[in-house]
Write a protein that binds this ligand. Structure first.
Ligand code: NAP
Ligand code: MG
Length: 496
């Protein structure tokens, strides 16, 4: 059986106490690999390695083009190994092969974007004030330093790349800590990076418990920034633990996004869209359309078609290209989702379809839709993170906006309508980081992604995402032409 090691300072090694944990396939409940379980000491070593690499300038002082070239080598390695990475992702996470294949493709694409951004000159010259009238003002975008990157289990490779790309493009050094549930592709990535010209210590990848090594990285004074994707609950803990040296934070947390179907929407398309929004990756998507808001004017037809379509979905082996619905990640998540289904029934909502375990092996749950639900119910307010959608009826556009915004979260959401102008008016009023119109889930390398409210702090992707990994420095150069100049203590005095 494959055994994965920690990757610290360009070397592969076992954890300090030689402990490992098992990588489990959620479709079969079988162990697929053993993974090293890092100790607090190992996490400190990784932070030291990243600190030394940053301070030595082996990465941050490289010419931009050189950093770009090395990142492109990583892109090429991912593409060359796409099949293997996809299959491992399926086995480790229960993702359908269709989704995993796309994740690997999009990971390479996103890193390719940031490899190009690495070569871009983000520094600017701006106008400034000077008594002599001659000053030059430079804004430099410098790396922050050492970044700890902590990722969840739903899009393992993609989440790792979303963070590695901008952090490395900006010149930082990093320690990546993937979720224990899905560490395998991050470990494979360490092997691929080790085959490139990446200098030692720039990328460190350690596996193990978030409560142990994650906490150490978040508190470690050698770490300057934490980039985190995961639950809002852990995001809050990280924010508190990161306070001692005032670490910079990017937090991508939970969501309960509203997927709004207006009365003029194309019903067949929006039914397909609602299934895609709610059940993509078994609903284990932070931006998923888990609150489905449907106009009362089209409600009956919509609900009927939705039920029929969902019942035709193929639940089964995620390695099979025909499979639409794979297992949820593990037993704990399975129990939690089944408990929410129980809560929904107790709250008085009614099951339109689904609601049961599927198959006898693996953590499969039928795609489930609740109807006759209120937005105040727990199944409408809490993130279930499984194949459960709550359908809520609304009267008019104002009502839809009001319900959509009545949430502690604000990550994604969509509007389905035959009229772009009307949809845009609704989209503009939603307090959320991304709104799709007649689409769902699709992100752009160039457009920011992130949350309002308790869905997070900061943005990933595009220039905004890159800037999250930089410090802005202003350098003011005053030309010494006039040696008699007076310094500017201020000249504007309010009149009596
Ligand atoms: P999680 O439990 O919050 O864990 C996320 C990561 O944080 C894991 O690597 C975890 O380690 C680590 N961690 C746990 N406790 C920690 C601590 N005290 N200090 C530092 N790190 C710690 O989330 P998850 O269950 O993996 O993922 C599901 C959640 O992620 C959902 O809430 C979902 O909405 C959110 N999510 C958000 C986005 C987004 O972009 N907004 C994207 C995907 C997922 P271990 O689990 O390995 O111990
Ligand atoms: Mg696994």
């Amino acid at each position: 059986m494959e055994k994965y090691l920690l990757y610290i300072n360009g070397e592969f090694r076992e954890s300090g106490d030689k402990q490992t944990f098992s990588a489990v396939n959620p479709a079969t409940e079988e162990v697929i690999a053993e993974v090293s379980k890092a100790t607090v000491e190992d996490a400190r070593d990784a932070a030291d390695a990243a600190r030394n690499a940053f301070d030595s300038g082996v990465w941050s002082d490289l010419p931009r083009e050189e950093r770009s070239r090395i990142l492109k080598q990583v892109v090429d390695k991912i593409n060359e190994n796409a099949k293997r990475l996809t299959e491992l992702e399926v086995m480790d996470s229960g993702s359908t092969i269709k989704k995993a294949g796309e994740d690997v493709f999009l990971s390479a694409k996103s890193l390719n974007y940031y490899s190009k951004m690495a070569a871009a000159d983000l520094n600017e010259d701006v106008e400034g004030l000077s008594k002599a009238g001659v000053s030059k003002n430079i804004i430099r975008r410098e790396p922050i330093g050492v970044c700890a990157l902590i990722t969840p289990w739903n899009f393992p490779l993609k989440m790792a790349i979303w963070k590695l790309g901008p952090a490395l493009a900006a010149g930082n050094t990093v320690i990546l800590k993937p979720a224990m549930e899905t560490s395998v592709t991050a470990c494979e990535l360490a092997r691929l990076i080790n085959e490139t010209d990446m200098p030692k210590g720039v990328v460190n990848i350690i596996t193990g418990a978030g409560s142990v090594i994650g906490t150490e990285l978040v508190k470690n004074l050698k770490v300057d920034k934490v980039g985190f994707t995961g639950s809002t609950e852990v995001g809050k803990i990280i924010m508190k633990n990161a306070a001692d040296n005032l670490k910079k934070l990017t937090l991508e947390c939970g969501g309960k996004s509203a997927n709004i179907v207006l009365d003029d929407a194309d019903i067949d398309m929006s039914v397909d869209g609602a299934i895609y929004a709610g059940f993509y990756h078994q609903g284990q998507c932070c931006e998923g359309g888990t609150r489905l808001l449907v106009s009362e004017k089209i409600y009956d037809e919509f609900v009927d078609k939705l039920k029929n379509k969902i019942r035709k979905m193929t639940i089964g082996d995620p390695m099979d290209k025909k499979t639409d619905v794979g297992p949820v990640i593990n037993k704990k998540q399975f129990d939690s989702v089944m408990n929410y289904i129980k809560i929904g029934k107790e709250e008085g909502a009614e099951i339109l379809t689904g609601g049961n375990k599927a198959g006898d092996k693996g953590y499969y749950i039928e795609p489930t839709v609740f109807i006759n639900a209120g937005n105040n119910m727990r199944i409408s307010q809490e993130e279930i993170f499984g194949p459960v959608v709550t359908l809520i009826k609304f009267k008019d556009d104002d009502d839809a906006v009001k319900i959509a915004n009545d949430s502690i979260y604000g990550l994604g959401g969509a509007v389905w309508s035959g009229n772009d102008e009307r949809a845009l008016k609704v989209a503009n009023r939603l307090r959320t980081g991304t709104v799709w119109i007649n689409e769902y889930h699709l992100l752009s390398d160039r457009a920011p992604f992130g949350g309002y409210k308790q869905s997070g702090i900061g943005r990933e992707f595009g220039l905004d995402g890159l800037k999250e990994y930089t410090e802005a420095k202003h350098i003011h150069i005053d030309e010494i032409k006039d040696r008699t100049k007076k310094f500017w203590y201020g000249t504007v005095v309010p009149k009596d």
